[in-house]
Design a binder for this molecule. Structure first.
Ligand code: HXC
Length: 258
């Protein structure tokens, strides 16, 4: 399948989606978001894929929603369409693990798309921001909510009210990104992490992701109960027994369900 605004490649069991609209710093136009939604859905359905990576260019992961497309919209339209569209949510709703590999600008909707992924690996030149306030609006794809949960109220308010950018160091210190790597090795490092994840039992990684995500939705006691039950459910997996047997027999696990 060929796309106009993205490139999709497969490496072993990893699906790599590269946002590719360089003339607009990967601004997330309707066409790009539609293709992203389709590509994510396809990789989610593809049994040969165990982990996804979403990335952009060295200059920009994505500089936000497309301002030129939004400028003439009115309230009736955005309310009626419930803008943003479901395609934006596909990434947030993916059940397979997804890594965002961010170099350059991740602004507005770009930062929000990165935060929809399970974790962010940042290049040392990455810059994150929610600059919507500078164009008279506010984040609309989770920026006020996911950013606040990730970095806390003080930093989130600072970002959303001043519109300033955070560099990679501050983003790592604040808990927005899991690690920083040199920009030249970003894809290599992200693919290595993704291959590692995709090399495990897929139901196990999916259950782990579901359990961590639950922490954002429920109280601690409910979350712990959910974890206990999903932990119990892994004992129904052939791969759980295989993993433990492989450890005891000092050999590599031969996962059945990847
Ligand atoms: C449309 C964009 C764009 C955007 C950049 N471009 N960002 N087009 N929407 N969000 C286009 C520019 O118009 C220009 O094309 C080309 O990309 C290069 O951008 P420059 O500004 O010339 O590059 P530079 O000087 O290097 O500055 C980079 C930048 C700046 C700091 C990232 O482009 C910028 O501030 N962009 C907007 C960031 C932003 O406000 N994002 C939030 C959007 S609102 P032309 O052809 O004009 O030269 C949002 C809400 C999401 O995301 C809510 C959910 C839907």
């Amino acid at each position: 399948m060929s796309y106009e605004y993205i490139i999709v490649e497969k490496y072993d069991r990893v699906g790599l989606i590269k946002l590719d609209r360089p003339e607009a710093l990967n601004a997330l136009c309707v066409g790009l978001i539609g293709e992203l939604g389709k590509a994510v859905a396809d990789l989610e359905a593809d049994d040969s894929i165990g982990c996804l990576v979403v990335t952009g260019s060295e200059k920009a992961f994505a500089a936000g929603a497309d301002i030129k497309e939004m400028v003439d919209k009115d309230f009736q339209t955005v309310y009626r369409e419930d803008f943003i569209t479901d395609d934006w949510e596909v990434l947030a709703n993916t059940r397979k693990p997804v890594i965002a590999a961010v170099a350059g600008y991740a602004l507005g909707g770009g930062c929000e798309v990165a935060m929809m992924c399970d974790f962010i690996i940042a290049a040392d030149n990455a810059k994150f921001g929610q600059p919507e306030i500078t164009i008279g609006t506010i984040p609309g794809a989770g920026g006020t909510q996911r950013l606040t949960r990730l970095v806390g109220k003080a930093k989130a308010m600072d970002m959303c009210l001043t519109g300033r950018m955070m560099d990679a160091e501050e983003a790592e210190r604040s808990g927005l990104v899991s690690r920083i790597v040199p920009v030249d090795s970003l894809i290599e490092e992200a693919l290595a992490a993704a291959k590692k994840i995709a090399g495990y039992s897929l139901p196990a990684t999916m259950i782990a992701k579901e359990a961590v995500d639950r922490a954002y939705e429920v109280s601690l006691s409910e979350g712990l109960r959910f974890e206990r039950r999903t932990f119990h459910s892994t004992f129904a997996l052939e791969d759980r027994r295989e993993g433990m047997m492989a450890f005891i027999e000092k050999r590599k696990a031969n996962w059945k369900h990847r």
